[in-house]
Design a protein around this ligand. Sequence first.
Ligand code: MN3
Length: 227
Amino acid sequence: MLMKKMRSGAETARTMLGFHLWRRGLKTAMPQQEVLPDLPYDYNALEPVISAEIMRLHHQKHHQAYVTGFNKAMEQLNSTSDPQTIVALQSAINFNGGGHVNHAIFWQNLAPPKEGGGEPPEGNLASAIKSEFGSLDKLIAKMSTTGAGVQGSGWVWLGLIKDMKRLTVETTANQDPLASKGLIPLLGIDVWEHAYYLQYKNVRPDYLKNVWKVVNWRDVAKRYDSA
Ligand code: MN3
């Protein structure tokens, strides 16, 4: 009898707590917070192409800052109905949200050589590259030249024009995602100085010459096949 009473007391408490949380949830209905995704390899796994120091800072500081900035802006967005405030928040959302999206792709686009980094693509993607650019080497040359020419901070991309099923090389400024050009991102190379400066100093073309040794074409091909 006593046991039954205790259990029912605990049940009541749980129910009340649930109701309380449910009410709080209604009041502050908020999208789930974004979190920094883990790297799929160790910080030093891309050496000597990209140093552990760069990878650690790039992931723990830069990517984390985009995640934090995006969450903060979304929190502010969800706690206001003032149009001026909402409009003013858009650039923070685009910049930080774009940075989060772009880096999440970038980490997957890379792999240590012992896990397939630098190995040429096979299958449908290999055929598509050959028919669009002539050869993988020509695509690499085109992306390297295009990436070196990005003024200031930005990205060079291999993207897909979905309705035509055609590949294209494009750039985006700052943290604009490739989707802002209506394209599907397959491979993105970060050409912000923070991606290479500690190791390559001002010589961005050297970074762009070496980065291909750690490009994960298997991941790029998977994105192509599932697009
Ligand atoms: Mn970056």
